[in-house]
Design a protein around this ligand. Structure first.
Ligand code: WT7
Length: 568
């Protein structure tokens, strides 16, 4: 029996206080996600239950019970407080998927800090703009990532501490650097958790937009209500589950469902901190007897590519429920998973700003492969006309996805950028920036984004950020960045580049530019292809027309080019 039971019944009788009651939360009282994810589960008699089973790339394994989670998060919270970090200070987590990342997240929340997770593969420029925007007080990292922080330390007077979790004992550390060894630290059993309330800030996640700086999405402790209930009803987390969320907590799936949803539901979750390979993933499922698996379309397509022979080598019979998020889940992938795993991946749609699943397929619901499903109970979603911002009177039309504001895990603002936040609302609707249609049974069919942001393998990349990075390369005169189709990643980053006088296109230059962007931004933002051209298509006013380059890559009609300068 699935947790949601009858979807229709749930819709009819829905109220968010269902989750409040299950969590014994009384509006107006204290709510702290760190406590809900550790102390509360211990109090429910599950102190000795495994909470986190972690496996590193060398095969080394570490296990933490809910009591270990409680003690270690207390210990980190205490350490941060003793350092002088205050409630609401931003504390950045900049680590691979190691236990300190998961437990540190809870520790920050317990002392009242705002957790700011950043993807550990970020280069110094990506890191700097996000720390600078948040005016981050401390960063917790590993020694392998410390050089990237040191490189920008001088530009960040507000950053008071760099905390290194695996520093070599006895090796001197730099100014503002401090070592903290979670395993060796004296455990704090009694910790005064900071009294946070529903609207106290909890997490600051950065997401890319088309123009300007990345946006800091501010979430609050009350988001737990949504994350707990969607984990229970959509991911169907049950006491006996062994759960695997493949996402990195540098991104929202890895925190909303890789930390908060999992631990507040008291399940055992496994983490694999290693690169992707089909063999290794299936081995991991077999070894840990994974029952619930939350992953992403790019990973599923990579598994499809690896073929079915490798599946036969492993016993995957423990899998009972699969779900996916981050990009369009094509019908082929759904049908394939049904064939090879005996159950389909259920598509779930949401974004950093929404904090939790918005439109989704539920256990027990009729699956239409290729559709994102229906709104979660309590979520009013539709598609609206892009000009009038009014819902369509009929089904089947493509418009902007629109959601009625007011669910618990909705972002509260963009950090230091209230005007961009306000712009996300039109005519009383929140607009996630995606296009879709709805069929006559109420199923949503994703069409595409409503902006130039590139979704590569489920990661949003801003063409603007990549173009800016390219312009800093000594050989680059101008650049335009667009998405290019790709079987596995759906989209990859492609750059069109014109060179400064004295430079000529070559394979070496090509690689040099790619590497330059990878180091500055991240491997995700690195163009997979660079095309050197003599001039970029521009409007008469000098604006680069990415639309033309995009259409060329996708084999689409170019459309109206009447304002094109080069056509004159
Ligand atoms: C954007 C959000 C929250 C998940 C991690 C990504 C796209 C997300 C789907 C889906 C088609 C999807 C949208 C959305 N997206 N899920 N099931 N089908 N597209 O979070 O980085 O904030 O990206 O990813 O374009 O707006 P994010």
């Amino acid at each position: 029996m699935s947790n949601i039971g009858s979807f229709d019944e749930r819709i009819k009788n829905f109220n968010w206080d269902i989750a409040e009651k299950e969590l014994d939360f009384v509006p107006g009282n204290i709510i702290n996600i760190g406590w809900y994810c550790s102390d509360r589960i211990c109090r429910m008699g599950k102190a000795e239950k495994p909470a986190l089973i972690w496996e590193g790339s060398t095969g080394i394994e570490k296990r933490y019970t809910y009591n270990d989670l409680r003690l270690n998060s207390n210990t980190i919270g205490h350490f941060l407080r003793e350092l002088g970090i205050r409630p609401e200070d931003r504390v950045c987590l900049f680590m691979d998927k190691i236990p300190e990342l998961y437990i540190g997240f809870l520790g920050i929340l317990k002392m009242g800090g705002i957790a700011q997770p950043l993807f550990s593969a970020f280069g110094d420029e990506s890191l700097f703009v996000r720390l600078d925007n948040a005016q981050t007080t401390a960063i917790i990292t590993q020694k392998k990532h410390a050089p990237k922080v040191r490189k920008i330390m001088d530009k960040m007077p507000y950053l008071k501490h760099m905390i290194i979790v695996d520093a070599d004992p006895g090796k001197p550390l730099g100014d503002r650097e401090v070592a903290f060894d979670m395993e060796k630290a004296e455990k704090i059993d009694q910790f005064d958790i900071h009294p946070t309330y529903a609207e106290s800030a909890s997490v600051l996640h950065y997401t890319s937009g088309t123009t300007g700086q990345p946006k800091g999405v501010k979430h609050v402790h009350y988001s737990l209500i949504s994350q707990y209930l969607t984990s229970k009803w959509v991911l169907d987390l049950q006491d006996s589950d062994i759960y695997w969320c493949t996402a990195d907590p540098g991104w929202v799936t890895g925190t909303s469902y890789g930390i908060i949803g999992a631990f507040s539901n008291g399940v055992t979750q496994c983490v694999l901190d290693a690169g992707f390979s089909a063999d290794n993933w299936y081995r991991f499922i077999e070894k840990h007897k994974i029952t619930m698996w939350y992953s992403a379309p790019t990973a599923i397509r990579s598994l499809m590519k690896a073929g079915e022979d490798v599946i036969k080598k492993y016993d995957l019979s423990t899998l009972r429920h699969l779900a996916s998020v981050g990009e369009p889940l094509n019908s082929e992938a759904v049908i394939w998973s049904e064939k090879v795993f005996g159950k389909p991946f259920l598509d779930t749609y949401w974004q950093t700003e929404t904090g939790s699943i918005m439109i989704t397929n539920f256990p027990g619901m009729k699956i239409k492969p290729g559709s994102m499903g229906k709104p979660f109970p309590g979520i009013t979603a539709t598609v609206i006309d892009a000009e009038t911002f009014e819902p369509f009177g009929e089904t089947g039309k493509i418009g902007l996805i629109a959601i009625k504001p007011g669910w618990p895990s909705m972002m509260r603002t963009y950090w230091n950028n209230e005007s961009t936040y306000k712009n996300k609302f039109k005519n009383g609707w929140y607009l996630p920036g995606d296009r879709s249609s709805i069929d006559n049974e109420g199923y949503f069919w994703f069409v595409g984004r409503d902006d130039d942001v590139i979704n590569t393998g489920g990661h949003l990349v801003s063409p603007f950020e990549v173009e800016s990075a390219l312009l800093e390369h000594p050989a680059v005169a101008e650049s335009a960045v667009v998405a290019k189709p790709d079987f596995v990643n759906m989209e990859v980053v492609k750059a069109f580049v014109t060179l400064k006088p004295g430079f000529t296109a070559s394979k070496d230059l090509d690689l040099d530019i790619m590497n330059f962007v990878r180091k500055k931004l991240s491997p995700l933002a690195m163009p997979q292809e660079i095309e050197f051209i003599d001039s970029l298509p521009k409007t008469r006013s000098g604006k680069i027309m990415r639309r033309i380059l995009h259409a060329k890559e996708w084999g689409e009609a170019i459309g109206d080019t009447s304002t094109l300068e080069n056509d004159d």
